[in-house]
Design a protein around this ligand. Structure first.
Ligand code: PEP
Ligand code: MG
Length: 588
């Protein structure tokens, strides 16, 4: 092989295929002054490019409609209508007549439109910003005669390894699963949403490669190993054979874990641990149910919304929730209300904010938009008729938010009653403990909520002030930091004191060493990616709570995350007979 690039393992599995380099960024536009007599030709060239861009959008529309459905394809109609806008074309023509090259003229007008859209008070206009950016990239690429890297334009069966700087969730859900075998990104960490979504989609992925897009040309072949984070460039036949063999071994190991699905998650000293699944897409529900999960500990609802031209209506949401609830036949299904914002944006996004992770997101956005939130709450109360639904609020920092959300839930119930629609009123309402504020002040919530669920991905991010998606900070994202462990312990102890249920649904629960620590801290409910259910169950069945408690005490007493990890590792290795576990490693 030519060389190896090492990134962060994000979603397991091995893929071998051609590299597809996706550069979906606004290109550099040179300033070009044209003579007066070239103006008519430049205007004609501009119109010719617009016609080609529209043609391309129509092709994409048809393709996406076929592979993903009419709703998803509608985004391309929106983009065509931007290109058709006479104000836009007239403004560009005006600048060309002032002797500017078409590409600069177009860039200036798009910048102006972007500014206007982001200041617009109408949410629909603000949501169009992402479409505007897509149109800008597409048209500028053609005007500048750059290679076309359209993300959704790979032929079926291409088996490509998509290499890109960063992948937004909206791009991820657009990708054609029949064309793309794996994903590799410069940015991101294990807990960024691209990684989470790749795991849900079952696509092998490596994130945090930092320089892959600048080092590769798009003409290479590669092996991507999502379990180790290795991207091998231009491998030899022998390398490929060796990896195919590894892939076969991984399949065998996974098949071996399958028999665990029907066994109980019970420790060697007879303590039952409830293992639930995290479901990110409704289509995952049936598979998650087969993994042996006892319900859903976290259903993320954002992915119903990203990549959409319009928000899903009550009926569509009701059907999506009902599908998951029914797949679990009466077992608890915890559905989280929209956690939009941060890195999870609906199509077109929201106005750009200087600090999106500290911005107008999640429960804040829902409480400020009662119409949008009301639709979701009504759909949830209706879906609750079909099973044991729990509603969970994300990113809560104060009790006021819970109380307001409850009022809105009551309003939703009244509205359904008035319509004579069947629904359930007594749905348990809980909160995610994923901010230091919620963890430190968790006792303030105890009379108003039915359960806590600790979201360690955000809890670590906000406690340590480490962006969960920043590859440069990946080694600083340490869930075993004493501050994080103390916040988890405080939350779990408070829940026990007030007889509330408490679960952990962040990525920490999926990692064997961390699951061991969490059980030692008193957690009895873990919610993990469906693929991790058997693995975590195997850990649970191999340890005792007594050993986990002793290990957690040692971890809590450690001064650093590294010390805590060492203390846990030694103890877990002792308990399991010498196997050192971390990440997704499958124990012998
Ligand atoms: C978390 O923050 O730990 C969590 C489970 O939610 P998300 O990853 O969707 O932010
Ligand atoms: Mg979170």
């Amino acid at each position: 092989m030519d060389r190896k690039l090492i990134g962060i393992p994000a979603s397991p599995g091995i893929a071998v295929g051609p590299v597809h380099l996706l550069r979906w960024e606004i290109p550099e536009v040179p300033q070009r002054i044209i003579p007066d007599d070239a103006v008519p030709d430049e205007i004609a060239r501009f119109h010719d490019v617009l016609a080609r861009a529209k043609e391309r959008l129509s092709q994409l529309r048809d393709r996406v409609e076929h592979s993903a459905g009419a709703q998803e394809a509608a985004i391309f109609d929106v983009q065509r209508s931007i290109i058709d806008d006479l104000d836009l074309t007239n403004a560009v023509e005006g600048l060309i007549k002032q002797n500017l090259g078409a590409e600069k003229a177009f860039e200036i007008v798009m910048f102006d439109w972007g500014q206007r859209f982001s200041r617009a008070s109408h949410p629909m206009l603000r949501e169009r910003i992402g479409d505007l950016k897509d149109v800008e990239i597409r048209v500028l690429t053609m005007l500048l005669d750059l290679p076309d890297h359209d993300p959704v334009d790979l032929p079926k069966g291409a088996n490509a390894i998509l290499v890109t700087h960063d992948l937004t969730p909206s791009l991820t859900v657009q990708l054609d699963r029949e064309a793309i075998a794996a994903i590799a990104t410069d940015a991101g960490t294990r807990t960024s949403h691209v990684a989470i979504l790749a795991r849900s989609l079952g696509l092998p992925a490596i994130v945090g490669l930092r320089t892959a897009t600048s080092e590769l040309t798009g003409r290479e072949t590669a092996i991507l190993d999502g379990s180790t984070g290795l991207l091998a460039i231009n491998p030899s036949h022998r390398d490929i054979e060796a990896y195919r063999e590894r892939a076969r071994q991984e399949e065998v190991a996974e098949a071996e874990l399958k028999h665990l699905a029907s066994l109980e998650a019970i420790t060697t000293d007879d303590v039952r641990i409830t293992l639930r699944a995290n479901v990110d897409l409704p289509e995952e529900a049936e598979l998650a149910a087969k993994s042996g999960a006892e319900g859903v500990g976290l259903m993320r609802t954002e992915f119903l919304v990203v990549n959409r031209a319009v928000m899903p209506d009550e009926e569509e949401q009701y059907n999506a929730y009902k599908r998951v609830v029914e797949a679990f036949g009466g077992r608890p299904v915890v559905i989280r209300t929209f956690d939009l914002g941060g890195d999870k944006l609906p199509v077109g996004g929201f106005p750009s904010e200087p600090n999106p992770f500290l911005g107008w997101r999640a429960i804040r956005m829902c409480l400020d938009q009662p119409d949008l939130f009301g639709v979701q709450l009504r759909a949830l109360l209706r879906a609750a008729v079909h099973g044991d639904v729990h509603i969970m609020l994300p990113l809560v920092v104060t009790l006021d938010e819970v109380r307001l959300a409850r009022q809105m839930l009551d309003d939703a119930a009244r509205a359904l009653e008035a319509r004579g629609v069947e629904f359930r009123r007594d749905v348990p309402l809980g909160v995610m403990v994923e901010t230091p504020a919620a963890a430190v002040a968790c006792d303030t919530f105890v009379n108003d909520v039915a359960f806590f669920s600790i979201g360690t991905n955000d809890l670590v991010q906000y406690t340590l002030a480490v962006d969960r998606g920043n590859a440069n900070l990946a080694t600083r994202f340490t869930p075993l930091h004493p501050a994080v462990l103390k916040l988890i312990k405080r939350t779990v102890d408070t829940a026990h004191e007030y007889d509330l249920e408490v679960a952990v649904c962040g990525e920490m629960a999926s990692q064997p060493l961390m699951a061991f620590a969490l059980i030692g801290l008193g957690v009895r409910q873990l919610s993990v990616a469906p693929r991790s259910v058997p693995l975590v169950k195997r850990i649970v069945r191999g340890i005792s709570v007594a050993a986990a408690e002793e290990a957690a005490s040692a971890a809590l007493a450690a001064a650093t995350a590294a010390e805590a990890e060492g203390a846990l590792r030694r103890r877990l290795a002792g308990v399991l007979g010498g196997n050192v576990l971390f990440g997704e490693t499958v124990p012998e």
